[in-house]
Design a protein around this ligand. Structure first.
Ligand code: PMP
Length: 360
């Protein structure tokens, strides 16, 4: 894409994210962007419908206070320790702006992680310092902690469970990083934590440098509504509010505030659907291993797999010919043989396995 000379030079330096395919044709088995295969809670849908009938002529609550109170209560926190935004991507964008611009000091992150982090670095002029994963593709906590302890860094960002590997770190390892980097923010992106990971939200009252980010796109089936949240002590949340209010003062519309709130209140549905996904994940992992795939241990709603005898890109293309979408990352080189497969309904998982039986 060319950048017109009318644009600021900053635009030319951006490296925009390449989103996963959102197909325009119906009938595909869509296992490529880690959405939840189940619909949102009926209570969330009813709340959105009710909000659409009442009050859309009025502006929404700029503070999203009722929603923040509901989310805070769910985690045993106060509303002032919760920030909400349009998807966790927006929350992350504000957080990078608020916490990681430190006079050119680099931001530490695993070299294989959610690729948006590097996009935000470009956007805000932050230098990423990539820390390689260990041999088993796990985050090398000791390496990052040792580097952070040297000082002169803007902070640490990581996804736990990591993306696209799906592998999770125990809380003790998160605490190791928090202790190694007391002067800077450690941002833990827990987009997938509800599928079996250990959440660091419980550490918020003890660590002033911890910011945890969640999304309603995965375990609460609301990717289309665009709601994310951050948890931290008040000074961090106040900083995010200042940044947010400097862009636009209405982060969440009325439908999003109402639907997200009802989704948090429907704990039974949340538990039922996330357990269904975890159950399917275990079955799918076994089926893939039977086909000869190596499957990384996953605490997320997707599996990261490779076949010793088949090229990753070719496998993804062959699946697409059979109407099954999965995600393949050509880069970094180290993961180019892998496929990231979102866990679908049992029927979707069966369709994937049948297609792979025909291919491998
Ligand atoms: N963090 C991670 C690790 C993700 O994989 C994603 C989804 N692609 C997000 C954040 C963003 O999710 P959303 O903006 O839908 O909340």
């Amino acid at each position: 894409m060319t950048v017109p000379s009318l644009c600021s030079p900053v635009v030319g330096r951006l490296e925009p994210y390449v989103p996963g395919e959102q197909p325009r044709i119906a009938g595909l088995v869509k296992l490529n962007t880690n959405e939840n295969p189940y619909p949102p809670s009926p209570r969330a849908v009813a709340a959105i419908e009710a909000a659409a009938r009442e009050g859309l002529q009025l502006y929404p609550d700029p503070q999203s206070l009722a929603l923040r109170e509901t989310i805070a209560a769910h985690h045993g926190l106060e509303a002032g320790q919760v920030f909400v935004g349009n998807g966790s991507d927006e929350v992350l964008a504000h957080a990078f702006f608020a916490f990681f611009q430190h006079a050119g000091q680099p931001l530490l992150m695993p070299d294989i992680t959610y690729s948006f982090y590097r996009v935000y670095c470009r956007l805000w002029g932050i230098a990423p310092e990539l820390q390689p994963l260990d041999e088993g593709l796990a985050i090398d906590v000791e390496r990052i902690a040792a580097r952070a302890a040297e000082g002169a860094c803007a902070g640490i960002v990581l996804a736990n469970p990591n993306a696209p590997t799906g592998m999770g770190l125990p809380l003790s390892q998160i605490e190791r990083l928090l202790a190694a980097c007391p002067q800077r923010v450690v941002l833990v992106d827990e987009a997938y934590v509800d599928f079996g990971g250990e959440s660091a939200v419980s550490l918020v009252p003890r660590y002033p440098n911890l910011l945890v980010v969640h999304t309603l796109s995965k375990s609460r089936s609301l990717a289309g509504l665009r709601v994310g949240a951050a948890f931290g002590q008040r000074p961090l949340i106040d900083a995010l509010e200042r940044v947010k209010d400097s862009f636009n003062s209405y982060p969440l519309d009325r439908l999003a505030q109402a639907g997200a709130r009802a989704a948090y209140e429907d704990v039974a549905y949340f538990d039922e659907t996330r357990r269904a996904v975890m159950h399917s994940r275990e079955g799918l992992a076994l089926a893939l291993e039977d086909l000869g795939f190596e499957v990384l241990p996953s605490q997320a709603n997707f599996l990261f797999v490779r076949h010793p005898a088949h090229d990753g890109a070719r496998l993804a293309a062959a699946l697409r010919e059979r109407a099954v979408l999965v995600r393949h990352f050509a880069r970094p080189e180290r993961i180019a043989q892998y496929l990231r497969i979102s866990v679908g309904t049992p029927a979707q998982c069966d369709a994937l396995v049948r297609a792979l039986q025909a291919i491998v």
